[in-house]
Design a protein around this ligand. Structure first.
Ligand SMILES: C[S@@+](CC[C@H](N)C(=O)[O-])C[C@H]1O[C@@H](n2cnc3c(N)ncnc32)[C@H](O)[C@@H]1O
Length: 265
């Protein structure tokens, strides 16, 4: 099950429903989960001016609304069990998946703190011209339950001065809409993942809701963006993915960070 392990960085290969069961109750400070979008339905989108299939891989094919919801409810329940009461969870997605996750979280008694809109100024154009160009993802931020006391580095967020995020005024409260371009080519140097999150996004999330030395879990590791930024910011990391090739990209990125100490963002 353990696919790779270094001091504070561990990767597990397998179904998160199985691996989550092996993690201790109340042991995780923060969870980031970017579950399958369930949007791989043989449609088309536009990438770098070319028409390409929307299909991300077998792992992203919907098993029907009810089954997808059952899956989401099951992994979210396990996440709630392993999360400390001082911790919090972030769940990202598009309209294909986010309502299912959000409803499951409400049913399970998570206390939703914010729904962040990640606005992508460089989103791909809409090919059909029959509806609006999709240019954002939603990220639900929640704590374990209503009584839990989650970590929030309010002042750090307020003081962030990010010249690329034209929606953030330095010295003013961080709002719930964040403008960030999708990751640069440099971030995909060690292999491509079809839904790789930008390092800047994870940097903001981790800085907002954890402290140095905290233990972070990513249930759907993918190319390991969460683990790379966790390591960079002095946090411990556990990542789970069912797909070996994505874990291999993660290991390359990790070794590059640890042993070549490349600047990331
Ligand atoms: C949306 S992607 C995550 C991308 C990631 N945030 C990144 O920055 O690269 C979802 C990932 O979940 C993995 N996955 C799908 N079903 C899974 C399951 N049941 N258990 C564990 N991983 C799974 C897929 O292989 C895929 O890499």
């Amino acid at each position: 099950m353990t696919y790779y392990s270094d001091k504070d960085f561990k990767l597990f290969k397998g179904d998160c429903l199985d691996i989550l069961k092996t993690i201790d109750t109340n042991s995780i400070d923060m969870i980031f989960a970017d579950p399958p979008y369930n949007l791989s339905n043989d449609g088309f989108t536009c990438q770098s001016g070319k028409m390409v299939s929307v299909n991300k891989g077998k792992w992203d094919v919907s098993k029907g609304i009810e089954n997808d919801f059952e899956f989401n409810k099951t992994w979210l329940l396990e996440c709630q069990r392993v999360l400390k009461s001082t911790g919090s969870i972030w769940v990202s997605g598009t309209y294909h998946s986010i309502y299912s996750c959000g409803f499951a979280m409400q049913l399970l008694g998570f206390h939703i703190l914010n729904d962040i809109i990640w606005f992508k100024p460089n989103a791909s154009p809409n090919l059909s011209g029959r509806f609006f160009t999709a240019s954002h993802e939603s990220i639900i931020w929640a704590r374990k339950d209503k009584k839990a006391k989650h970590t929030f580095n309010y002042n750090l967020m307020k003081e962030i001065n990010d010249s690329d995020d034209f929606l953030k005024n330095p010295g003013k409260q961080m709002r719930s809409v964040w403008a960030m371009t999708v990751g640069s080519k440099k971030e995909k140097l060690f292999g491509k993942h079809p839904t790789q999150k930008p390092e800047k996004l994870l940097s903001r999330i981790i800085s907002a809701s954890t402290n140095e030395g905290d233990l972070i879990l990513d249930v759907f590791n993918g190319s390991g963006t969460t683990g790379i930024i966790a390591t960079k910011l002095g946090r411990k990391y556990l990542g789970i993915d069912i797909n070996e090739s994505f874990l291999d990209i993660t290991i390359k990125r990790y070794k590059n960070l640890k042993f070549n100490s490349n600047t990331l963002f």
